[in-house]
Unconditional design. Structure first.
Length: 374
């Protein structure tokens, strides 16, 4: 099995560097440099490039350049796409093969270990739709997730509020990590499926609740002038969706949101798939949520655990990176296109995620039958 083969992100600092990371990744120049490095990530080139961008941002036309940089990154879905050529596509698929095609290798690697499933929601279990309130998952997907949870501890990790994502998934036997992992709760019913058998509830950003409510109110008022823009309060973070906003208005929207957030140094702004994410500056993300859940399940220092994380978003990269660093399990990126990612494998769309989950269940049932015959 080819493990952890391509990219390791450089540690990030807050503020402009975060933005630069997004800009750099979405630039075609940067993408082609990445593809030219042999199975690796050239930190020196990246640093140089980031420096150039940073210099241009702090230059004379600071405001305009910053906004243009945002708009460039907004045009790309995230994680940013790489240059698409026949050779690049083939090379990417070699480095991030289909998790369905590599199913047997994956199962062999998990031998003797406890699989733990982590699933993003939007774009992973449900298709991306224009209205985020209508991002429903299919009944067959719900059945697949329910079946997986019968055999493996399973968590939904989403940028949405925990209540919202629960209202979509409707499975009380799962763990839920809402608000990018800032709101974690164990199963409401059924076996907790963990070694510690302790209830799980963790909300590291509780102090930020009044601030998030305040910013949500201001943003709702401000974006009224931008047709199609939608503000979603995700309890510990806020999303400003621009999927339905005309591209010619993106500039103004980015500037408008930024002008609100700059008054709140306790908050930071990042970008997902056609959405701005505003969240507390605390060092907590989906990767930290994954580690917290493994610890809660009793696998903090275990070598017998095999976490599988499936997601499609830039915010899922934090979890993919944690798995690389732990050298445990692997990440699967849901994408139809080559993208810069820390994931080891790929699936093209939610329908393939469902197929993968079903195969996992079939394999588990089959191996149980075999054991009971012995
Ligand atoms: Mg997603």
């Amino acid at each position: 099995m080819t493990k952890q083969s391509v990219m390791v992100s450089e540690p990030q600092t807050a503020g402009v560097n975060n933005m630069m990371e997004i800009v750099a990744k979405s630039s075609s120049l940067f993408s082609s440099m990445e593809m030219n490095t042999d199975n690796g990530y050239n930190f020196a080139i990246k640093k140089q490039f980031l420096k150039k961008l940073e210099t241009s941002v702090v230059g004379v036309d600071k405001g305009t350049t910053r906004v243009n940089a945002w708009v460039d990154s907004m045009r790309a879905s995230s994680p940013p796409r790489l240059n698409s050529t026949m050779d690049n596509d083939q090379s990417w698929m070699m480095q991030h093969p289909s998790a369905l095609n590599m199913f047997d290798e994956i199962i062999n690697a998990s031998k003797g270990k406890q699989i733990v499933m982590f699933l993003d929601y939007d774009g992973t279990l449900s298709p991306i739709v224009a209205d985020p309130d209508r991002a429903f998952m299919s009944e067959s997907m719900r059945t697949a997730v329910r079946d997986v949870a019968r055999y493996f501890p399973t968590a939904i990790v989403s940028g949405r509020s925990r209540d919202k994502v629960y209202s979509f998934v409707q499975l009380a036997e799962l763990y839920y990590a809402g608000s990018h992992g800032m709101d974690i709760k164990g199963p409401a019913k059924g076996p907790r499926n963990n070694k510690t058998n302790k209830p799980v509830l963790f909300q590291p950003a509780n102090d930020f609740l009044p601030l998030i409510d305040e910013v949500t109110r201001i943003l709702i008022e401000k974006v009224q002038s931008t047709p199609g823009a939608l503000v979603e309060n995700n309890k510990f973070c806020v999303s400003v969706h621009f999927r339905c906003v005309e591209e010619k208005r993106w500039n103004d929207l980015a500037e408008l949101v930024r002008s609100v957030i700059k008054e709140y140094p306790e908050l930071r702004m990042s970008q997902g798939r056609k959405v701005f994410e505003i969240r507390p500056t605390i060092k907590w993300d989906k990767g930290k949520a994954l580690e917290f859940l493994l610890e809660s399940l009793g696998y903090a220092n275990s070598t017998n655990v095999f976490p599988i994380y499936i997601g499609d978003d830039l915010t899922d990269e934090d979890a993919f990176k944690v798995l690389r660093e732990r050298d445990q399990g692997f990440g699967i990126l849901v994408s139809k296109f080559p993208k810069n990612t820390n994931a080891s494998y790929s699936l093209r769309e939610p329908a393939e995620v469902k197929d993968f989950l079903c195969r996992l269940v079939e394999w588990k049932r089959y191996s149980r039958r075999m054991i009971s015959r012995v």
